[in-house]
Write a protein that binds this ligand. Structure first.
Ligand SMILES: [Fe+2]
Length: 261
């Protein structure tokens, strides 16, 4: 892949995002937010990549993966009016179908590069990265998962703090329902990765998102999460009970160990 190829991918992405115009303000806003999310995730890929001192070619790959990781979101939202995969379809798989249909990689990226891009996209939203993946491909899977999480934290917390800034954002904003599931509390405390399908209440969802802080891989990502105070800012929207406090302490303890490493 060359810098020219990257320029082609950038402009393809711009055109692709524009190819989903909508009269419906809610659809228009959510597609715009997804496009902006993709660009910010691309920026995080570059930040983390620079910190890891990736070489020029790897930086190009990092950028393409960041830009395209959510390319399936446009079709998903227009078709189903939701970003919830379990209520529609897996948006990563959908993204792979879009990329295959558009045939943008042929003649531009090597077979190995394409394999890395597609595997990273496919694994970006899975509970865990497929166990057979290793080496450079694993590195890019970890990079996109960290970059994606950093922007999701930011977007959700900003929305909780200031919902008027991103109207119609497809994020749960019920802060009045204080119920939570013990299954989620116990799951987090036992170090398990918890799937969205076990979410029963708005607090469950916030707890799962808070526990994502435990899944960041790279020190630079942890540093960004710390600097942006994601833990304290998200915790502020979760009711304090003896159960949730245990979760707060558990997460805080692990991340403070990770940061000081
Ligand atoms: Fe995604």
């Amino acid at each position: 892949m060359t810098k020219d190829d990257l320029r082609f991918f950038r402009s393809w992405f711009e055109d692709y995002a524009l190819s989903y115009p909508s009269e419906d303000v809610e659809v228009e806003a959510n597609l715009r937010y997804k496009k902006e999310h993709s660009l910010r995730v691309r920026d995080y890929m570059l930040t983390l990549g620079r910190d890891l001192q990736l070489d020029t070619n790897q930086m190009l790959l990092a950028e393409v993966i960041g830009l395209f990781h959510d390319v399936g979101r446009f079709e998903q939202y227009v078709k189903y009016h939701t970003f919830k995969d379990h209520e529609s379809e897996d948006h990563a798989e959908l993204g792979l179908l879009v990329l295959e249909r558009e045939q943008i990689f042929s003649g531009r990226v090597s077979e190995l590069e394409e394999e890395i891009i597609l595997t990273a996209i496919k694994n970006h939203n899975q509970l865990v990265i497929h166990e057979d993946i290793g080496g450079t491909t694993l590195l890019f899977c970890q990079l996109i998962r960290d970059s994606d999480k950093l922007d999701i934290f930011e977007q959700i917390i900003n929305f909780y703090e200031n919902p008027k800034r991103t109207p119609y954002l497809a994020v749960e904003e019920n802060h009045k329902d204080h119920r939570y599931s013990l299954e989620i509390i116990q799951g987090i405390l036992s170090g398990k990765q918890i799937s969205y399908t076990s979410v029963k209440t708005p607090v469950d969802l916030k707890l799962i998102r808070l526990s994502w802080l435990l899944n960041l891989t790279f020190p630079a990502a942890l540093e960004i999460a710390k600097r942006k105070e994601f833990f304290a800012r998200l915790r502020a929207f979760i009711p304090e009970t003896k159960d949730t406090v245990k979760v707060f302490q558990y997460i805080e303890q692990i991340i403070s160990q990770q940061v000081s490493k």
